[in-house]
Ligand binder design. Structure first.
Ligand SMILES: [Zn+2]
Length: 311
């Protein structure tokens, strides 16, 4: 059976040839697969590497941020500490300030200067007060005015003008009582009553450092038993007590009270550092222009209390 053999042979030889091609194909395929895989894994490797690097730099940045955070926290603590220290210092200053105010009664300022403070008390009807403000404006003088709170309430526009024109207002109580006759609580009410009237008139919260007791009551000679108690209250309200060293009502009590006498008395008695007490009465206001010019002619500089005491 040679044919069969041949057939068999040819079958067997054809088959391995076929098998070789297939194997080659498989081999090529495998090689390609390995190649592709290695390219793929190389890419993967590179990608991993760069991911690692990114991760590292992220970690670094995180660490930096954390460090900055710690630094900021430290700064915050420091600021907080400083704030606390300032608060304590402020408290001490406030206490010292109050003690200083409760011990200070001002009758005049620095005698080494040529300044003379002009203060005008109580207020009057609107016409007279406006006249006084006109004189002050004409003579370019900003003075310190101590109106009663109830006068401010009655003539708010007058006192608004006074503040607008640069005059300062001092607390002279609401209703001008003898303060040694009333309780501590009533004194407090008189002081805040003045404050409320002024705040309303000038439409904002007005601050003054100066308190002048009506009639000087509580601070006159022989009244020292009242003074300490009143000073405590005035200091608690953040003010100094300001009296005067030149006044007219007591000085001219037995004489004709005329503008000429008023002017003469002021010019004869005011010196550097003086605090002149005038009132919103006809004679004092009529005398005002001559007082201002007369002081200037003598080389003195009429001014407000702040300019005398705080500059
Ligand atoms: Zn008065």
């Amino acid at each position: 059976m040679p044919g069969r053999h041949v057939n068999h042979y040819s079958k067997r030889t054809r088959q391995p040839r076929k098998g070789l091609t297939a194997r080659l194909a498989i081999l090529i395929f495998l090689l390609a697969a390995v190649g592709a895989l290695s390219i793929f894994s190389a890419n993967l490797y590179l990608a991993m590497q760069s991911l690692h690097r990114n991760l590292d730099s992220l970690e670094e940045k995180l660490e930096q941020v954390e460090q900055e955070n710690i630094k900021l926290e430290e700064q915050y603590d420091q600021i907080h500490e400083e704030k606390e220290k300032l608060r304590e210092e402020n408290e001490i200053l406030r206490e010292e300030n109050k003690m200083m105010r409760s011990e200070t009664i001002i009758e005049y300022g620095n005698r080494e200067t040529n300044k003379v403070a002009i203060t005008i008390d109580d207020g009057a009807d609107a016409a007279l007060t406006h006249r006084a403000l006109d004189y002050l404006r004409e003579h370019n003088l900003q003075a310190t005015l101590f109106p009663k709170g109830n006068n401010v309430e009655q003539n708010p526009e007058v006192w608004q003008r006074a503040v607008e024109e640069g005059h300062e207002l001092g607390n002279h109580t609401y209703s001008h009582p003898f303060i040694t006759n009333i309780s501590a609580d009533r004194v407090r009410e008189e002081i805040s009553g003045w404050q409320e009237s002024v705040d309303k008139a000038v439409d904002s919260s007005y601050r003054t450092l100066f308190f002048r007791p009506p009639y000087g009551d509580g601070f006159l000679s022989g009244q020292s038993h009242h003074t300490g108690r009143l000073q405590e209250i005035i200091a608690e309200k953040g003010m100094f007590t300001v009296l005067w060293d030149v006044e007219l009502i007591y000085a001219l009590r037995n004489q004709a009270y005329t503008p000429a006498r008023v002017t003469e008395h002021v010019l004869a008695n005011a010196k550097g550092g003086s605090i002149v007490l005038l009132h919103f009465n006809e004679a004092d206001i009529d005398a005002l222009p001559d007082i201002i010019s007369g002081l200037r002619d003598r080389g003195l500089e009429p001014c407000s209390l702040s300019e005398l005491l705080l500059d």
